[in-house]
Design a protein around this ligand. Structure first.
Ligand code: HEM
Length: 185
């Protein structure tokens, strides 16, 4: 399984940080740029968070079909905005059995809320908890600038759910893609 790394950097990256908001828990250092890679340099400047994309935990076969009907595609040229949202859930969440967690996820209509925003908002979920990382999940989203209000609406709806009562650390990092001419300056 390949681990993907996200680097907060003082300079040079694919993405420029436009805003960084601590929703709950301890802050992280503010770095002006973010780069992503499957290789990890030995001494990265700034911070590094890592995670793997993994199998589905809570999604039923029927739900997977609904997700795949209209998937958001990463790497689209028009999707010049992104968000990196590292999230940690608390001990109460992790001490529950799988079926209890699934019930909360289902009652929170996480999937149904999310489906309202596909395919305009493309997403990828990385798991970090089992790698001993400070966050349990790194969530990544890409969207065109005109979808920013809808992205704000999406995170607002999810944060109001029962599931989010178990989130004890969340940082919302908003990004814009650095275009090639700018990178060459
Ligand atoms: C584009 C809309 C979205 C869709 C379609 C969506 C869909 C999903 C699905 C299907 C899962 C379950 C994966 C599994 O079965 O293991 C999931 C998990 C998750 N999503 Fe979303 N999601 C969306 C937006 C978001 C946003 C905006 C956030 C963060 C603010 C978020 C955070 C998470 C987290 C942290 C998990 C892992 C939950 C856990 O395993 O405890 N999602 N999402």
């Amino acid at each position: 399984m390949k681990m993907k790394h996200f680097f907060g950097k003082p300079d040079g990256g694919e993405w420029r940080v436009t805003a960084q908001t601590v929703l709950c828990g301890e802050a992280i250092a503010h770095m002006p740029y973010i780069a992503t890679s499957y290789d990890a340099p030995l001494h990265p400047p700034g911070w590094r968070f890592s995670g793997v994309s993994s199998h589905l935990r809570y999604t039923t076969n029927d739900e997977r079909g609904r997700l795949n009907q209209n998937p958001g595609i990463l790497g689209r040229a028009a999707a010049t905005c992104a968000a990196l949202i590292p999230i940690r859930k608390n001990e109460a969440w992790w001490s529950m059995a799988q079926d209890e967690r699934r019930a909360i996820y289902a009652r929170s209509v996480h999937l149904e809320i999310g489906l309202d925003y596909l395919p305009e908002i493309a997403r990828q979920l990385f798991h970090s908890r089992d790698a001993g990382e400070p966050f349990d999940f790194l969530t990544w989203f890409e969207f065109p600038p005109e979808a920013t209000d809808r992205f704000d609406d999406l995170v607002g709806r999810l944060r109001a759910t029962e599931e989010w009562q178990y989130v004890d650390r969340e940082i919302d990092i908003r990004l814009t893609r650095i275009n090639e001419e700018e990178a060459e300056e």
